[in-house]
Design a protein around this ligand. Structure first.
Ligand code: SF4
Length: 503
């Protein structure tokens, strides 16, 4: 994947540098890790799946973050299926002796134990750094042990050391699913249907879409997106998150794959198109009015339903604008800084702009062709983005602290990993997503407006925190440029001091 992981400059500079193609060589000469690896993000997707066991093949620390997820995952699974069993996971607990002797025997016995203890529909085996470095032949072991278990075994090669781009976890997970869960138990050729039944089935499939969800969307988001698709009279099936392994057998029984995040889904939808001829929509995420409109219209165009979609959109937007009036008044001119996945923050920037806020800056975990396309749309639709800072890289709280010491936003929008640092600088925080909140579709715009207004009404809590805690950086660092440790980024370095608005 041609993806940039280090940049600091203004949005137009990023757009130009991406087009020149020189962006992707950039690197940091000093870096601070703060987030997870490819394995931890793979777990974030797979822990949602129903009736499975996850086996992390590695030292006991790999996947340890799952300890805090057990209860909530069960609750969120039950929102989709009352019978859901919740999160079941094991670790092969490799130690120093295994590094010498190999961990293959522990892996074999873990799979057999998972089968005997839980009888799951599938067993996902996530390979971590250690077995990969010591040369455990994971695929051969799993092929061999598959003959002894009824569950489908799915190897996921997501060793953390292989990449600095955490989002490659999506490809690793989809690769495992595509290779191991797509085979039908009952091939179409073996099924005999009456002519009328077959015609009904074909009609239903011609109006069915796969809504490809992500682990960072809530059940309320799903309900809202289903509402939008039902307005076009479409049948909706949701996967891969919170799906059952058997659901993947019928992935080809649809007219269209509908993605809500190109970073997440490009590998999957392109493979399904190549293998089964199923087309896909992969343009934007339905966050904010403009992007929700585009998302709905792209799907409507495929089914020839533009007129119906236009009427629906007009009615929704008119009602929403009426409901947003008082929030727009309260949020006017407030400056926001957003961090997260490139697609999500760019769409959220448009959302906040439509509420009257100004976008002071964005920080994406990485940047690739999908982000470049969306950034150009944001540069057109959000005028102040011409002067907004764009930083790229996961972690790097030292750069963020430096930047905020020079330009303090009124609101920080981000993930739990970065929210703490922003709060310690006294900045009010709005989480970029949460499993109990609605962000997507038209209802999501209203919810975001309501919650941001409430947060900005009283900002004393984080101001008090900043008076009593200190970030661990010296005054010398705050005198330097925030992106001075980034080399070869194909654009001029900047503090944002010279041109940035509002300072
Ligand atoms: S980077 Fe490697 S060792 Fe660390 S948690 Fe990820 S897979 Fe495990």
């Amino acid at each position: 994947m041609a993806a940039c992981q280090a940049f600091g400059g203004f949005c137009p500079e990023l757009s130009r540098a991406a087009k020149k193609g020189c962006l992707f060589q950039a690197k940091r000469t000093f870096a601070q890790a703060q987030q997870g690896c490819q394995l931890t993000l793979s777990l974030a997707i797979l822990m949602t799946m129903r009736d499975v066991v996850l086996i992390v093949h590695g030292p006991v620390g790999c996947g340890g973050s799952l300890v805090g997820q057990t209860g909530v995952t069960k609750n969120f699974q039950k929102l989709r299926d009352e019978q859901a069993t919740g999160l079941r996971w094991m670790n092969t607990n490799l130690d120093e002796t295994d590094v010498i002797k190999g961990g293959e025997e522990k892996l074999r016995s873990a799979v057999l134990h998972a089968e005997k203890e839980f009888r799951p529909a599938a067993i996902f085996v996530l390979n971590s750094c250690v077995p990969s470095l010591i040369g455990d032949d994971v695929d051969s072991i799993l092929d061999e042990v598959q003959k002894q278990v009824a569950a489908k075994i799915v190897p996921i090669h997501c060793e953390g050391f292989r990449t600095k781009i955490q989002a490659t976890a999506y490809d690793a997970v989809y690769h495992g699913i595509l290779r191991n869960l797509m085979e039908k138990k009952y091939p179409e050729a073996d099924l005999i249907r009456a002519e009328e039944e077959e015609l009904m089935r074909q009609y239903r499939l011609s109006r069915t879409v796969n809504l490809i969800n992500v682990s960072s969307m809530s059940r309320i988001d799903e309900v809202e997106l289903v509402r939008l698709l039902k307005a076009l009279d479409l049948n909706v099936r949701i996967l891969p998150c919170y799906a059952h392994p058997d659901d993947f057998e019928t992935v080809d029984e649809t007219a269209l794959n509908v993605s809500i995040c190109s970073t997440h889904d490009d590998y999957f939808v392109e493979h399904v198109k190549t293998k089964y001829g199923i087309p896909f929509v992969l343009r934007t995420i339905p966050i904010g009015i403009a992007n929700t409109n585009k998302w709905v219209m792209d799907i409507a165009k495929f089914f020839g339903l533009e007129e119906r979609a236009r009427k629906f959109i007009d009615a929704e937007v008119a009602e929403l604008n009426g409901a947003l009036a008082s929030y727009r008044e309260a949020l006017k001119g407030k400056r926001a800084f957003l961090t997260g996945g490139e697609i999500r923050i760019l769409a959220t920037a448009e959302l906040l702009h439509s509420l009257g806020m100004e976008i002071m800056g964005l920080k994406g975990y990485h940047f690739d062709r999908f982000g470049a396309r969306l950034l150009d749309e944001v540069l057109e639709e959000v005028p102040e983005s011409e002067r907004a800072i764009f930083s790229i890289g996961s972690g790097q709280p030292f750069e963020q602290a430096n930047l905020f010491s020079k330009h303090k936003p009124d609101l920080y929008v981000g993930h739990t990993s970065g929210n703490g640092s922003a709060a310690r600088q006294g900045i009010p925080v709005f989480p970029l997503f949460g499993q109990q909140y609605n962000y997507m579709g038209y209802l999501g715009v209203f919810e975001v407006a309501k919650r941001v207004t409430r947060i900005l009404k009283n900002t004393r809590f984080n101001e008090n925190i900043s008076r009593h805690v200190k970030l661990p950086y010296t005054s010398d660092w705050y005198r330097q440029e925030p992106f001075s440790y980034i080399d070869d980024q194909g654009a001029s370095k900047t503090t944002g001091e010279e041109e940035h608005h509002g300072d």
